[in-house]
Design a protein around this ligand. Structure first.
Ligand code: G3H
Ligand code: ZN
Length: 286
């Protein structure tokens, strides 16, 4: 089922949105937005995020939302950086996993990613495994400094081709000028590189654009045109949550009911998510 949507993203030139969460308010904001817009959706937890909410808890919460809203919601273990955590996410019942060994040498990255693919598929033949190649700098937060991208950070199309053949991944996260988080400088995406990587990995491997926060509408559209099938957004949701929460607490200094304090933050997160879904072209795709 995930593969059907991935295939369609290429044929119909749109992208699936992948939004991160670490608690149930953000998850609700993502799911309500997706349901309203009739869009299939990826929700993801990084290692830190899943440590907060719990792997099993994330799986069962997503199951409950799926049943309540009757839309395709896929749960991804985002940036999983150890084999132990790959095993834990697969065993917990995640639908997809990013086995991120991009900090290692090319050979070690291939070895660990391949091992992750083999384990994941042996437990769940339908699971989707993503690998990462190249160096995507930054973190999912507001960064005051300029983040400079070096030419050697970027994914080389020939290496991408070898990487996907040797590992058997379904999706690939390349470094193409993207930055995690919002930096002092805007990201400068290399659209030709995205197109070359897509050509090198072939029709059956799908490209994922990380670090979507801070990118412009034309960045997304050109990236999708060049071969991107999924876009990750985290920081902009975090900022909407935190900035609104600060404002709410100031405006309602006497309020103690959690759901009353948190509701404006959910609305702020939904605004961010809905704006992105429209740009990604995933509205009315169910
Ligand atoms: O995997 C998570 C994403 O790449 C998030 O990036 O925080 O820049 O939106 P972002
Ligand atoms: Zn990422």
């Amino acid at each position: 089922m995930i593969k059907d949507y991935l295939k369609r993203t290429v044929a119909e030139k749109w992208a699936l949105g992948h939004f991160n969460f670490s608690e149930d308010e953000a998850l609700r904001a993502i799911v309500e937005s997706a349901a309203e817009f009739k869009t299939p959706i990826f929700v993801g937890t990084s290692e830190g995020e899943s440590k907060h909410i719990g792997l099993k808890e994330a799986v069962y919460l997503v199951k409950a939302f799926r049943e309540e809203f009757s839309i395709p919601i896929f749960l991804n273990a985002d940036h999983t950086k150890s084999f132990e955590n790959v095993v834990a996410a697969v065993d917990a019942g995640y639908d997809a996993i990013l086995a991120d060994f991009s900090a290692l040498s090319f050979e070690e990255n291939v070895k660990m990613t391949k091992q992750s693919v083999e384990y994941a598929k042996s437990k769940n033949p339908d699971i989707i495994v993503e690998g990462e190649l190249g160096y995507v700098r930054g973190e999912s937060k507001l960064q005051k400094e300029i983040i400079e991208i070096k030419p050697e950070d970027l994914t080389k199309p020939e290496e991408a081709s070898q990487f996907v053949k040797e590992t058997g991944v379904d999706m690939l996260a390349p470094a193409v000028g993207n930055i995690h988080g919002i930096a002092a400088n805007a990201p400068k995406l290399d659209f030709q590189r995205i197109a070359d990587i897509k050509k090198a990995v072939g029709d059956d491997v799908y490209l994922v654009l990380h670090g979507g926060s801070g990118m412009s509408e034309s960045d997304f559209k050109n990236a999708i045109d060049a071969g991107i099938s999924m876009v990750h957004i985290n920081t902009e949701i975090r900022v909407a949550f935190a900035e609104t929460l600060r404002k709410t607490l100031q405006e309602m200094p006497e309020e103690t009911t959690p759901y009353k304090i948190l509701t404006p933050s959910v609305e702020a997160m939904k605004k961010v998510i809905e704006e992105k879904l429209k740009i990604f072209g995933s509205v009315n795709r169910i």
